[in-house]
Design a protein around this ligand. Structure first.
Ligand code: IPD
Ligand code: CA
Ligand code: CA
Length: 277
C-alpha cells in the first residue's frame, strides 16, 4: 500500500500529539524522581517517568490508530507486528541524563513504513523543542524549517556518538572509533540521547553522528528528521540504512564518505579494549 502526503501529514500529527503527551509527563517528573531502577546491563536505567510517559504515548496511538502495530521500549511489541506500519516509541530517550538532570533527552515517536523511517516527532522537554518530519514534507523545529549544516570536511566538523550498554562486554564498543575521530575533527560529543543527537544533526548544530548497538525506537524518528533536513543516513559502509542492524551513520551529506572511510579503517580496538576482555 502507498500512503499519500495527506496520510503522512495525519500520521505526523498523531506522532506529534503522542510525543508532546509523553514530553509533558517528562516535564512533570523532571527533578522529582523517586523510583530509579537498573533494568538490564549496568547503566541501563528505567524510572517512573519512562513508564508514565510511555503510557501517555500509547494512549494517543491507541486512540487514533488502534489497529497499528507498536514497538515500545518499556512494553515491547503491541499488536500484530507487520512490516508495513510499525510505530517505534522511546518514551524517554536519555534516561541516564534525565536521572541526573543533565538537560539532554527526548520523547521520540517514529513510524516505520516497510521498515523505513517515514514519520517522526521528538519532543525535548527541557528546552521545549519539538522536532518533526515526514517523508516529503520537510523537517521543522517548533514549526520552523530546519536544515543540516554546510560543513564540508571532517577536520571542520563537530560530531556526536554514543556507547551502548553492552560496552563492557564487547571489544566492538566504539572506543577506538571515538579516539580516532577525536583526533581528526573539531571534537566528538557523547550526547547520551540518540534521538536528540539526530535532531541536532538535522538542525545543523552537529555535522555527523555514528553509533552501534541501537534499538529501532532510538532512531526511528531521528532518521527521517535528518533525511528531510537534507542530510544522509546509511550503514557505516554507505550501504542502505537497516534499522534492525543497530548501526547508523548520519551526516550533513558533505562529510559522509570521509567519515565512512575512517570508520572502515579503524582497527578494532586492540589498544582500547576493556581490561579482561
Ligand atoms: C540510549 C541513548 C544513548 C545511546 C544508547 C541508548 P535510553 O537510550 O539513546 O544515547 O548511546 O545506546 O540505549 O536507554 O536512554 O533510552
Ligand atoms: Ca533510547
Ligand atoms: Ca528509553
Amino acid at each position: 500500500m502507498t500512503y499519500s502526503s495527506e496520510d503522512l501529514q495525519r500520521f505526523l500529527d498523531i506522532a506529534t500529539e503522542a510525543a508532546c503527551a509523553g514530553g509533558a509527563v517528562l516535564q512533570h517528573y523532571w527533578g522529582n524522581l523517586s523510583n530509579i531502577q537498573q533494568k538490564g546491563r549496568p547503566g541501563d536505567l528505567v524510572t517512573e517517568a519512562d513508564k508514565a510517559a510511555e503510557k501517555e504515548v500509547l494512549a494517543v496511538l491507541r486512540r487514533h490508530v488502534p489497529t497499528h502495530a507498536i514497538l515500545a521500549e518499556e512494553s515491547g511489541s503491541i499488536g500484530k507486528q507487520t512490516d508495513e506500519l510499525l510505530w517505534a516509541v522511546d518514551p524517554l530517550d536519555g534516561t541516564t541524563n534525565y536521572t541526573h538532570q543533565y538537560p539532554f533527552c527526548g520523547c521520540s515517536v517514529g513510524l516505520l513504513i516497510n521498515n523505513q523511517p517515514a514519520v517522526g516527532a521528538i519532543f525535548d522537554p527541557v528546552h521545549n523543542h519539538l522536532f518533526r518530519a515526514a517523508k516529503g514534507l520537510g523537517a521543522t523545529c517548533n514549526r520552523e524549517p530546519i536544515s543540516v549544516s554546510k560543513t564540508e570536511t571532517l577536520a571542520d566538523s563537530l560530531l556526536v556518538t554514543g556507547f551502548a550498554y553492552d560496552r563492557r562486554e564487547t571489544i566492538d564498543n566504539n572506543y577506538a572509533e571515538f579516539c580516532e575521530l577525536t583526533h581528526l575533527t573539531r571534537g566528538v560529543r557523547r550526547g547520551g540521547a540518540a534521538s536528540i543527537d539526530l535532531a541536532y544533526v538535522a538542525c545543523g548544530r552537529l555535522d555527523g553522528y555514528w553509533e552501534r548497538g541501537l534499538s529501532p525506537w532510538d532512531v526511528a524518528a531521528g532518521v527521517i528528521l535528518v533525511q528531510e533536513a537534507g542530510g544522509k543516513v546509511t550503514a557505516y559502509d554507505e550501504g542502505s540504512f537497516d534499522i534492525g542492524s543497530g548501526r547508523i551513520l548520519a551526516t550533513n551529506g558533505h562529510i559522509h564518505s570521509e567519515l565512512s572511510d575512517v570508520l572502515a579503517d579503524v582497527d578494532p580496538l586492540a589498544r582500547f579494549a576493556p581490561s579482561g576482555s
